[in-house]
Write a protein that binds this ligand. Structure first.
Ligand code: ADP
Ligand code: TPW
Length: 582
């Protein structure tokens, strides 16, 4: 090389050294805010972004479908109060991730969906670009906030804005659009460094007004039959000790919503789960902590709530517009749950009167009766095995490992697991949530395993599993300690429905799957361990062995194909047929 060329090369290397680009600024912005993991799926224009993330010490967990990556990010957000990050390619990849973003927003989980997007000037003129789509506008109705960054110098502030939007106030899903050309934009390295923003106090405390706290306590003191309802917002808030103190010092019976199970151990003497219908109908004052009066709580009215008996609600929530959403709330307490609960504790002092023995005694009596009835059902050993006998075995194994994460979806598989498998620690149960969505199974399992470093047991209906089943490969690739149990009853809800039209007898019924499918063989294809079990004893052994091995495993649990009921406990939500004939 000539001296001139050598010098030119040296100068350009020096210049290059002093430059940074969009790729680096995105990764550095995330790292600068303590984000260390990305769940995603590569392709144009984000492959190099993923490579760089890995090269720079972040974990990039690569999935087989973006919806599952998004679900992993969402549950990571729920577990940590830091936004989970999902990264996808443009148009179809983005849309695949969007369902997860919408689900996160619906469940109040903080996550950020970062998608690469195609060239703005072509997209906006609809000139037919590769993966053309107006992603920013498509995301808006499904996200808490949606932003696009157009200039490299704005990456720092754009990422900061996305983080704050996801975790402050009511958490939710945020969309961040990164056009391909942004990633290769260059910027002076020093300026780039200065453009990074570390979000100060991303989850600010929001202190409740003293008069709201007093109003709530006055109402609680006046109650004859008080009840506390703990929702997943309470679990999310990580105010575990204060919530327990509030429940125990007040002596008020409580009900956990499904993902609040374990916030206090399910075998707690004040838990009224075993007589849920009784307490919902009979309570006169109900304190909701991080739970919405949506369909899961019969909208706070009607027979479930003992109508026409009047009911008064105290509601602790960070979102003021949640109040009076379904019924009038007598005492709203607006703020973060940690601050609200500690203010209530301070206001209660030490002399807070416990509820009347008449109320707690009636609950204890019903609880005992219902639990004895349930125990008798669980002890039965029908052949073939059913939900109850299989779940008895699972319950007994999981009792020995309260640190294990439980993921749960399906209809009957969800309902029965929720009521039979006790939880003992907070934020260990992740399920179909506010939407009752199928497809969260493997995504949540991977997210929970990666974040906690602890085993996961996913309890899945065979239909539910199908929505994310290909991620078994991801679980095996990353060697995650996820044990998937499939309640195999040959179909959606159950496998014994008839085909209503004898003229097309060759078509299987609408709810049916291949009979006797061996899901355990699927995981073997990727190097995991498969078990096929037909009795509670086999279930117990397989589950204990799989957990002890700490390796990817799948248990195909063959249960009675008549065992399920349509839609589990939600049969009443199916629209009724008006006509007997068309
Ligand atoms: P569940 O399904 O368990 O009943 P929901 O998802 O319906 O629970 O309700 C959760 C509620 O918790 C939401 O209304 C949300 O605004 C609220 N929430 C979430 N995080 C916090 C927090 N840190 N402080 C106060 N409220 C919160
Ligand atoms: C994204 C509708 C609710 S529950 C369910 C479906 C398809 C599966 C029930 O069968 P499974 O469980 O999983 O075998 P079990 O124990 O009752 O036999 N698409 C989406 N979400 C939902 N909720 C549905 C469809 C549904």
């Amino acid at each position: 090389m000539s001296a001139g060329l050598e010098q030119a090369a040296a100068t350009s290397a020096e210049q290059a050294q002093q430059m940074t680009d969009g790729f680096h600024l995105v990764i550095n912005s995330l790292k600068h805010n303590g984000i260390d993991t990305i769940f995603g799926l590569v392709g144009i224009p984000i492959t190099d972004l993923a490579r760089l993330a890995q090269a720079e010490g972040m974990r990039f967990i690569g999935f087989r479908h973006e919806q599952n990556a998004g679900n992993a990010a969402a549950i990571a957000g729920y577990m940590t109060q830091k936004p989970g990050i999902c990264m996808t390619v443009s148009a179809p990849g983005f849309l695949n991730g969007l369902t997860a973003l919408a689900n996160a927003t619906t469940n109040c989980f903080p996550m950020i969906l970062i998608s690469g997007s195609s060239e703005r000037e072509i997209v906006d003129l609809q000139q037919g670009d590769y993966e053309e789509m107006d992603q920013l506008n498509a995301a808006k109705p499904f996200a808490k906030a949606a932003y696009r960054i157009n200039k490299a110098e704005d990456i720092g502030i754009g990422v900061a804005r996305a983080i704050r939007a996801a975790v402050s106030g009511r958490p939710g899903g945020v969309y961040l659009d990164l056009p391909a050309q942004l990633l290769s934009q260059t910027l002076d390295a020093e300026r780039g460094k200065r453009s990074l923003v570390r979000v100060v106090d991303p989850v600010p405390r929001q202190i409740p007004a003293p008069d709201a706290v007093k109003r709530a306590l006055d109402l609680l003191r006046s109650a004859k039959r008080p009840l506390i309802l703990l929702g997943k917002g309470a679990a999310y808030a990580q105010a575990d000790a204060d919530i327990r103190a509030l429940v125990e010092r007040s002596g008020i019976p409580y009900l956990p919503m499904s993902m609040a199970k374990g916030l206090l151990p399910d075998n707690h003497v004040q838990s009224a789960s075993a007589c849920r219908s009784f307490v919902l109908a009979e309570a006169d004052v109900v304190m909701l902590i991080g739970a919405r009066l949506n369909w899961l709580l019969a909208h706070g009215k009607g027979k479930t709530w003992g109508a026409p008996a009047p009911k008064q609600f105290i509601q602790i929530d960070i979102a003021p517009t949640e109040i009076d959403s379904n019924v009038a709330i007598a005492a709203p307490v607006i703020g973060d749950i940690g601050s609200c609960v500690s203010a209530l504790l301070a206001g209660m002092g030490s002399g807070f009167g416990k509820p009347a023995a008449e109320w707690t005694g009636a609950i204890a009596e019903r609880k005992e009766k219902n639990m004895a009835k349930m125990a008798a059902t669980l002890e039965k050993n029908p052949s073939p095995m059913n939900y109850h006998s299989a779940l008895r075995a699972i319950r007994d194994v999981l009792k020995t490992r309260p640190d294990i994460n439980v993921v749960n979806e399906g209809a009957n598989a969800l309902d029965f697991t929720r009521s039979i498998v006790d939880m003992y620690q907070p934020r260990k149960r992740f399920d179909a949530g506010t939407w009752g969505i199928m497809g969260i199974g493997m995504g949540y399992s991977i997210g929970a395993a990666v974040v906690s470093g602890l085993p996961v047991v996913a309890i899945e209906g065979d239909s539910a599993f199908g929505f994310s089943g290909m991620e078994l490969e991801t679980i095996c690739r990353y060697k995650l300690p996820v044990v998937t149990v499939i309640f195999n009853n040959n179909g959606v809800y159950k496998g014994s429905d008839p085909n209503l039209n004898p003229n097309v007898a060759s078509d299987v019924p609408v709810t049916a799957f291949v009979k006797g499918a061996r899901y355990d063989k699927m995981i073997e294809a990727f190097g995991g361990v498969g078990y096929n079990v037909t009795t509670p004893a086999e279930m117990s052994k397989a589950l204990s062995d799989a957990i002890a091995a700490g390796k990817p495993a799948l248990i195909n649990a063959v249960i009675d194909e008549n065992a399920g009921t349509e839609s589990g406990r939600l049969i009443n939500l199916n629209p009724k047929k008006g006509a007997t004939k068309t």
